[in-house]
Write a new protein. Sequence first.
Length: 144
Amino acid sequence: MKTHLSFTTHDLDASVKFYSTLLNSEPLKRLDDYALFITDEPGLELALSPGSRGETSRGDHFGVAVDSTDRVQAAIDRLQRSGFAVEVERGETCCYAVQDKVWATDPDGRRWETYHVISESDERQSADMSCCRESDGAHACCSA
């Protein structure tokens, strides 16, 4: 089983570069007006089509759960080597779990986290956490 997502993007080439880096995979199909990624890790079918720039809602984001902190570090390395800005969080409590993660934003403003849950937590978030922080400093996805 795979999850299927279809996104409209204002810059198909930039989005293909971003998702090739994020998913560590090249698109299975790449045409002037379409790109399709099919990956086993994560189990995903991602279709990209050109269109106008949309708005993302505060706190909306997507994630790739990985099985180790080493895989989070590998995502950090890939994203940085490709010139994408990243936000790295290590050992932070967010959404009732202690996690290591990296955030990156696609060319249309969709935020993606690649994360590993180190342990579960009874706390929703740490007092000084940067989890799910918006660019204005507000906490979006974990705010009560």
